[in-house]
Write a protein that binds this ligand. Structure first.
Ligand SMILES: Cc1ncc(COP(=O)(O)O)c(C=O)c1O
Length: 410
C-alpha cells in the first residue's frame, strides 16, 4: 500500500506497532472450549478496576462539567493527591508538590512530550537494549538517534553505568531508563539508579525514569532519588508514571510527569498541542472524595497476587525454558529451540498452541541496536492471566517441545 504524497522521514523509519503483529498470529489459532487462546502478549492488567473507581468513573462521566476543557497540565486536585501519594511510595523525606506534576493522556504521551522538550532531530538519547518499543519508536518519529546500551542475562539485564558514560557525546540529551523494566522485568537496584542520577547530573543531561510498574515492587521504596540531598532530583530527573497498570484503567489514558516546574513550563508547550488537557473523567474520578489514596490497598493486593503468579510461572515452566529476569508485569524467558529465532517460535506458539507472547525482536533490532543473544528471548506478560492460565501456558510450552520437532538446546 503506497501513499501518493510525501511522508516524513521519521514515520518512514519507524517500525509498525508490534502488538497487532502478535495478534495477527493469534487470529490464526482455532480455539476450543478445552483449549482457549492464552494471551500473555500485551502488558494489560488481567484484573478490573476497583468497584469504587468504576462508580466514580461513571459518576464523573455523567457530570456536564466533566465535558469541558481544563488546565493543560491537569486538574490541581489530582496533581496534589498524586504528589502526596508519591511521598508515600518513595518514603520519608520525599518532597514533591503539585507544581512538580503534569498529568498526561497516558505515560506514552508523557514520554513523547518529554523528548520534545529535551531533544531536536539529530540529537541522541541512550536506551538500554532491549528497550520498550514505544520509547524507541518515539525517538525515530522525532528524528532523535537511539543510542543502544546493551544489557545481558548474565548481569540480570541491569545496564552498566560505566558503559553508559562511554556513550555520552555532545549530542546526548538524556538517558531513558524503565524500572521495573519492560520487556525484561528487571528491577534496577536503588544504588544503580543513584549512580545513573550522578552520571546524568554531572554531564548536564536529563535522566528520564519511566516507573510505570513501580507499584509492583513490594518490599521497599523503589529508590531514593526523591530523598537524596547530594543531587536534588529537580536538577536532572524527569519521572514518568502511568495510571494504566496500578489502577487498571489503561483505556482511560492517564499518566504523569514529575519534574521541576521550570522544565514543565517547556513541556506545557508540547502538551498544549498534543492533549490540550488530560482526560477529565479519570482525573475527576480519582480526586473526588480523595479516592486516589484510598486505592492503595487495591494496588497492594494486585501487586501481591502478581508476585505470587511470578513464583507460580517460575515453578511451572518446563525446565528447558530459562527465565533471564522477572519482575513488574513481565518474565523474559530463553526458549529451548536451538538455532530458531524467537519471532518464529512466537508465531508458531500463537498459531498452533494458542499461546500469545512477544519475541525479543520487538524490543531490539540490528538497525538500531541488537539485543545480546538476539532471537533467543521471549517476553511473557504474567499480569495478563490468572493462576489457572499460567499452568495451562506452561503445559502447552512443554507440548511444543515435541510438536514443533525442532532440536532442543542441550
Ligand atoms: C514502560 C512503559 N511505559 C509506558 C507504557 C504505556 O503507559 P500508558 O498506558 O500510560 O500510556 C507502558 C505500557 O505497556 C510501558 O510498559
Amino acid at each position: 500500500m503506497s501513499v501518493p504524497f510525501k511522508l516524513s522521514r521519521g514515520v518512514l523509519k519507524t517500525f509498525p506497532p508490534p502488538i497487532p503483529q502478535a495478534y495477527a498470529w493469534a487470529a490464526k489459532y482455532v480455539p476450543t472450549i478445552e483449549r482457549p487462546l492464552l494471551d500473555m502478549a500485551q502488558g494489560s492488567p488481567g484484573y478490573p478496576p476497583s468497584k469504587d473507581l468504576l462508580d466514580a468513573l461513571s459518576s464523573a462521566a455523567s457530570q456536564p462539567s466533566t465535558a469541558r476543557y481544563s488546565d493543560v497540565l491537569g486538574d490541581m486536585p489530582l496533581r496534589r493527591l498524586l504528589a502526596k501519594e508519591m511521598e508515600i511510595v518513595y518514603g520519608e523525606g520525599t518532597r514533591i508538590v503539585a507544581d512538580d506534576i503534569a498529568l498526561t493522556a497516558g505515560c506514552n504521551l508523557a514520554f513523547v512530550a518529554t523528548v520534545m522538550g529535551l531533544a531536536d532531530a539529530g540529537d541522541e538519547i541512550i536506551l538500554p537494549t532491549p528497550w520498550y518499543f514505544n520509547h524507541q519508536m518515539t525517538l525515530d518519529l522525532l528524528g532523535v538517534e537511539t543510542v543502544s546500551l546493551p544489557t545481558n542475562a548474565a548481569e540480570g539485564f541491569i545496564p552498566s553505568v560505566e558503559e553508559c558514560a562511554k556513550l555520552i557525546t555532545p549530542k546526548t540529551k538524556a538517558i531513558a531508563l524503565v524500572s521495573p523494566n519492560n520487556p525484561t522485568g528487571a528491577v534496577y537496584p536503588s544504588a544503580l539508579l543513584a549512580s545513573f542520577a550522578e552520571l546524568a547530573h554531572s554531564r548536564n543531561i536529563a535522566l528520564i525514569l519511566d516507573e510505570t510498574y513501580r507499584d509492583f515492587i513490594l518490599d521497599s521504596p523503589p529508590h531514593g532519588l526523591f530523598t537524596a540531598s547530594s543531587t536534588p532530583w529537580r536538577d536532572y530527573l524527569v519521572h514518568l508514571f502511568s495510571f494504566s497498570k496500578s489502577y487498571a484503567i489503561p483505556g482511560f489514558r492517564l499518566g504523569s510527569i514529575a519534574a521541576s516546574p521550570a522544565f514543565l513550563k517547556h513541556v506545557e508547550k508540547s502538551l498544549d498541542c498534543l492533549q490540550v488537557c488530560p482526560p477529565r473523567i479519570p482525573q475527576i474520578a480519582l480526586s473526588t472524595h480523595d479516592l486516589l489514596p484510598a486505592l492503595r490497598p487495591f494496588i497492594r493486593s494486585n501487586a501481591a497476587a502478581i508476585a505470587a503468579r511470578h513464583d507460580l510461572f517460575r515453578q511451572s515452566l518446563p525446565s528447558s525454558w530459562i527465565i533471564g529476569s522477572q519482575g513488574g508485569y513481565y518474565a523474559f524467558v530463553r526458549h529451548p529451540f536451538g538455532g530458531v529465532k524467537s519471532n518464529v517460535v512466537c508465531q508458531r506458539l500463537a498459531e498452533e498452541m494458542g499461546v500469545v507472547s512477544l519475541p525479543d525482536g520487538f524490543f531490539s533490532n540490528s538497525q538500531v541496536g541488537e539485543a545480546v543473544d538476539a532471537g533467543t528471548w521471549i517476553r511473557f506478560s504474567v499480569a495478563n492471566v490468572d493462576d489457572d492460565k499460567i499452568a495451562r501456558v506452561c503445559e502447552r510450552l512443554k507440548e511444543s517441545e515435541t510438536r514443533f520437532r525442532w532440536p532442543l538446546t542441550p
